[in-house]
Write a protein that binds this ligand. Structure first.
Ligand SMILES: [Zn+2]
Length: 360
């Protein structure tokens, strides 16, 4: 079926709750798009070269025909620049293999790095590259870790969660540092030309923290950061692929333009897309999700097409019941694995199936 609206028209209509020709779609295909570049670009090259980083998003847009472009690199960018050791294999997502907190005193020693160096700079320059190239074609956004996630990546999550209860003031000192780093990054993203900025507030999740703890250890910092995103001229978006996210905080309180989430059918209480819509969370927010990222590696094209079809049907029915026209984006629950074995045809299948089954 041929689209009747441009990506930009559809994206803007979806964000403002107006009628669309079909649901928007954006499988979160980021690092995997390096495979579309000439010369067998490795993950390691992609994650360290702003031009390659940006070019992959441009190539991805051209090949897959998405409705959005969101510039996620990986979750070790900030931790690496804060001093943690990042293991960087040729073809694996980089990860922290040596944390920087070994003692409670170490939290206070953290220093916000110079964002014009390291991978923070690669991320900013690479984001600027694709924001310029895709300007006017799709809605673009940068991607940044929230202060608590940046700290857990640097200190180690297990250690941080324990120290929260025994040494809260040390944690707050460190959070002031990661927040100061985020402030500089938000201001710099504001100058790249992206339309939005997407936070990862992973720990706002009932499996890890209750409302009171989350409020104390991230919400107070995040409120200011979210406001700054708006002041810097960007739409505020959130990605949270946790099993039991605090939707009252993440959507009702933070009020993001886009909220990207996952769904875990085997975990009791994990919110289903139709439930999220029925409970009113999509009334003023474009909710995105929830295709299982593993399907892009393990699923067949037929299987992922059927999953997309069923998801389109589920959300269209729920939207209709609520009198909503466009507030759902067919997406993956988390990043499409940037793995060498990820099937590019499966990413394409999600987009093509949304064009057919997401039509109104
Ligand atoms: Zn995720």
């Amino acid at each position: 079926m041929a689209d009747k609206m441009t990506h930009m028209e559809r994206g803007l209509a979806a964000l403002s709750g107006e009628a669309v020709d079909r649901l928007t779609t954006y499988p979160i295909a980021c690092g995997v798009c390096r495979k579309l570049l000439p010369g067998n670009v490795t993950y390691q090259q992609w994650a360290n070269d702003p031009k390659l980083f940006g070019q992959a998003f441009v190539a991805g847009q051209k090949y897959f025909d998405f409705d959005f472009a969101i510039g996620l690199m990986d979750l070790s960018v900030m931790a690496g620049d804060l001093g943690a050791h990042v293991r960087m294999d040729e073809e694996n997502t980089p990860f922290v293999d040596e944390h920087i907190v070994h003692d409670v005193e170490d939290y206070e020693k953290l220093e916000a790095p110079d964002i014009r160096k390291g991978r923070s700079n690669v991320l900013l320059e690479g984001t600027k590259y694709f924001a310029e190239k895709l300007k006017g074609e799709v809605i673009t956004a940068g991607f940044l870790e929230g202060p608590l996630l940046a700290l857990s990546q640097s200190a180690g999550a297990e250690r941080m969660f324990m120290d929260m209860f025994t040494s809260p003031s040390a944690i707050h000192k460190a959070l002031e540092t990661t927040t100061a780093y985020d402030v500089e990054m938000v201001k710099a993203f504001g100058k790249t030309g992206v339309n939005g900025l997407c936070w990862d507030y992973l720990w706002d999740n009932y499996s890890c923290l209750g409302d009171a703890e989350y409020k104390e250890f991230e919400m107070t910092y995040a409120d200011k950061l979210n406001a700054l995103v708006g002041q810097e001229g960007m739409a505020m978006c959130i990605h949270n692929c946790a099993d039991l996210p605090h939707l009252d905080t993440q959507i009702s309180h933070y009020k993001p333009a886009i909220y990207s989430m996952a769904y875990y059918p085997l975990i009791p209480g994990s919110p289903k897309p139709s439930e999220v819509i029925e409970k009113g969370y999509a009334d003023n927010c474009l909710v995105a999700g929830v295709i299982d990222p593993q399907l892009f590696i393990r699923g067949t094209e037929e299987k992922i097409t059927k999953v997309t079809q069923d998801l389109c049907q589920e959300v269209k029915t729920a939207l209709c019941k609520k009198g909503l026209k466009s507030k759902y984006c067919i997406s993956s629950g988390c990043e499409v694995p940037p793995d060498c074995n990820t099937k590019m045809e499966n990413i394409k299948a999600v987009v093509e199936a949304t064009k057919i089954y997401g039509a109104f």
